[in-house]
Ligand binder design. Sequence first.
Ligand SMILES: [Zn+2]
Length: 113
Amino acid sequence: MHEYSVTKGLIRTAVEEAKKAGAGKINEITLVIGDLSTIMDDSVQMYFDILSEGTIAHKARLVFKRIPSEFQCRECGEKYIKPKKGFDCPKCGGMGTPTGVGKEFYIESMEVE
Ligand SMILES: [Zn+2]
C-alpha cells in the first residue's frame, strides 16, 4: 500500500504544477524512481489510473526512469551498482553500504497543454 500515498502525493504535485503553468491537461509525466525506494511501476500506474480520475492528470502517460542503487565499499572505497545478489564489493569482496543514490522518487518533467 506504500504506492497509494506516494501516488496520491504525485498527482497532487503534478496538478498543482500544471495549474501554476496555466495548463488545462497533463499529457505525460516522467518519474524518476530509485531502485532502493521499493516503489513498483505497476502499482503506481494502477493507483494513478484510479486516483487521477476527475483531475486534469487523468489519462496522462506515465514514463518511468529507474535509477539503480549505488553502494560504496567500506574496505576499499569502490562505488558500484548493487549486484543482483548480496551487497559485496565486486573489487575486494568487502562489505558495501548504500550511498543514498537509488532512493529517489520525483517528477522529472511533464508535458501539459
Ligand atoms: Zn572493496
